[in-house]
Structures are given as C-alpha cells and as structure tokens.
Design a binder for this molecule. Structure first.
Ligand SMILES: CC(C)(COP(=O)(O)OP(=O)(O)OC[C@H]1O[C@@H](n2cnc3c(N)ncnc32)[C@H](O)[C@@H]1OP(=O)(O)O)[C@@H](O)C(=O)NCCC(=O)NCCS
Length: 327
C-alpha cells in the first residue's frame, strides 16, 4: 500500500511557499497602492470596519473550536468503529465497513474505539507511539529527508494547537457500546478500561487559510495491520463532522464552524490520492502549488473539501456548489 508523506513538513513548506506567493500577488488587494487607482466599478471597497469585524468573527470561531476539550463528547455514534466481514453465501468474502450495526451472516473482524487528545497533554508513551508509527509509515517514503522531517514532526506533535483523535483496538466489541451511553453522558468518550492498544491517530488543527477558518489534517496514520478495514474512511468522516460541528442536540443543525477540511498529499502517493479523491471526494485546492503556478516543482498537492459557498469559491472552482442550494 502506498504511503502518504503527510503532512508536517509539507504543511510548513506549504505555508512558507504560500506566504511568499500571496505577498507577491497582492495586486488589487487592500495593501496594493494600485487598488486605490482602480475605478469603483472594478472593485468593491471593503471598509476597514468590515475587515476587522470579519477577522474578529473568524478568530472567535477558531478560539471556540480550540476551547472544546473533547469534540467526541458530542459525537457518541463516532466513539467506536466496527468492521465486519460479510458472508452472503459463505463462499465469497465481501468486506463492508459498518458502524455499530450487526448483521446476520457476518462476523466482526476488527473493532476500534476512539479517544481525543491535545498536543501539549500527550503522555510519554503516546509520544513514543506517534514517533514510532510515523517512522514505520514514513521513513521509507521520505528517504534521505527523513531525519529532518522527523525532527519537525516531533515538534509539531506536541504543539498546544495540535488536536488528536486516537484509535484503540477494542477487544470486547460490546465495550464501545457501553461507553456511548452512561460514559458519554458523564463526559467520558474514551474507551472503557478494557480497550486495547493504540492502532492509529489523526493529528489535526483549526487554522486560518485564505482568511477562512478551516480544519487542517496534519497526519492520518494507521498501523499496517488495521489498514484496509475502513478505519481511515471512518476517521476522515469524523474529522469532517468535527470541522462542521454538525451533530448537536436532537440533531438540529447548528452553523458550520470550519468552512473546509484541507490536507496535504504527495503527488507520488497514488494510493493516498485515490483514497482522498476517489473515496473521500476531496479535490485539488485552487491554493495548491500546481494550481497557483503550473511551473512549480513542489512534490505535493493541497486537497480540500468545502462546506460553504465562500470556501467553495476560494478553494475550488465551483462558485456555488449545488449541495448548498438545497437542490
Ligand atoms: C491511507 C490510510 C489512512 C487509509 O486508511 P485505511 O483505513 O487503510 O483505508 P480504508 O480501509 O478506510 O479505505 C477506504 C477506501 O479507500 C481505498 N483505499 C485506501 N487506501 C488505499 C490505497 N493505498 N490505495 C488504493 N485505495 C485505497 C480502499 O480501497 C477503500 O475503498 P472502498 O471504500 O471502495 O472499499 C491508511 O492506509 C494509512 O494510514 N496508511 C499509512 C499511513 C499513510 O500513508 N497515511 C496517509 C494518509 S494521511
């Protein structure tokens, strides 16, 4: 299976590269003297007050997202994951990923339960686990660049703004269900005590990109023994829910908080590109190096999935996505 060279260094590299591009191409922007010389019909003057208000609103969204201690507490249905092998006629083995649904003629071959964490609160053993898994999954793809990458990833791993979802193997499939009722009501979304070892994690952050609040996936790493069982897809679906904060009291939809999920993927990592683009329906962002400057030599693309019109207009080619038009 292809490995994806996410995301740590690539994210830093992207931000540095993007910063220079924006500075160099701020033609017509508020900081560009030529902006003032444009005829009024060619521009919409955005008042300083409007800019400040928007910035304040975005900062508040990021602050609120960061303040939430445990995003899983409002998503009890996502606290565990079951993968079963379905045997319609006991001859063929067709795999389906299911969530908390047991079907006749199937057997569970893997269950996981999830917990959340913050970069500055990781225990020594969890830090070691993350470092080891990154090394196992990423040393090969990074090759001679790995020693430098590893140092950067170690720093990013423990940053205060780093948010995590951890996946633990669940030996007792029923353990997860018990945690979604009384445990969750008491605010504990982590698996019960008999949970098994860690099998993977997502490292994500709430950041501002193109002046919009977005969720940026820094790492998605699973141990090889649990890959291909639907857990990666399940975790990305959870990440998208965390970004949107769509699940709330009695299923009434609150407003979106983050306007998009962004992530970085190596061009050479065709498996990960397939996973994200074909299976998870991500698209290459208009802010990706190849879209901003076709002659660029960057080895990665920025992929995105947007959740509102403004983000769609900025990060994708769609001005208005039909999904936002209630069609
Ligand atoms: C890439 C990764 C996160 C995918 O998670 P996963 O649990 O293995 O993938 P899933 O089982 O959820 O697969 C979902 C779909 O994507 C497809 N897919 C997943 N990985 C794929 C790959 N490398 N090549 C082709 N297709 C792939 C699956 O076939 C599946 O398709 P289906 O829904 O039609 O059956 C995981 O394999 C992994 O952690 N790899 C090592 C670390 C890494 O490379 N991380 C990069 C991601 S940031």
């Amino acid at each position: 299976m292809d490995m994806m060279e996410t995301c740590g260094t690539t994210v830093s590299d992207y931000k540095a590269w993007r910063g220079k591009k924006i500075a160099a191409s701020d033609i017509g922007g508020a900081s560009d003297p030529s902006f003032e010389m444009l005829p009024t019909s060619k521009r919409r003057r955005v008042s300083r007050k409007e800019i400040l208000e928007k910035k304040k609103a975005i900062d508040a969204v990021i602050k609120a997202a960061l303040a939430e201690k445990d995003p899983l507490s409002s998503l009890p249905a996502f606290c565990c994951y079951h993968h079963d092998v379905w045997r319609p006629n006991s001859m063929s083995h067709v795999c389906y990923d299911i969530q908390s649904v047991w079907r006749p003629n199937s057997f569970l071959d893997f269950s996981a339960c999830l917990g959340s964490g913050h970069g500055d609160e990781l225990s020594h053993s969890v830090k070691k686990y993350i470092q080891n898994l990154l090394k196992i999954n990423m040393e090969g793809p990074y090759g001679s660049e790995w020693p430098v990458e590893e140092k950067i990833k170690r720093r990013e791993m423990v940053a205060g703004e780093a948010r995590y979802v951890f996946a633990y193997e669940a030996f007792n499939a029923n353990a997860c269900e018990s945690s979604t009722t009384s445990e969750v009501e008491r605010g504990f979304t982590n698996c019960p005590a008999d949970r098994g070892p860690l099998v993977g994690f997502v490292h994500y952050r709430f950041v501002i990109e193109e002046e919009l609040p977005v969720l940026y996936v820094y790492e998605l790493q699973l141990e090889s023994r649990v890959q291909g069982k639907g857990l990666g897809k399940f975790l990305m679906q959870l990440i998208e829910l965390i970004a949107q904060k769509a699940l709330i009291e009695q299923f009434h939809l609150l407003q979106n908080h983050m306007t998009a999920v962004l992530l970085t993927v190596q061009k050479a990592n065709l498996g990960a590109i397939n996973f994200y683009m074909s299976k998870m329906r991500y698209v290459v962002s208009t802010t990706s190096p190849s879209r901003v400057d076709s002659s660029n030599q960057k080895s990665y693309e920025i992929l995105c999935k947007t959740f509102d019109r403004e983000a769609s207009a900025i990060f994708t080619d769609e001005n208005v996505g039909s999904e936002f038009l209630n069609l």
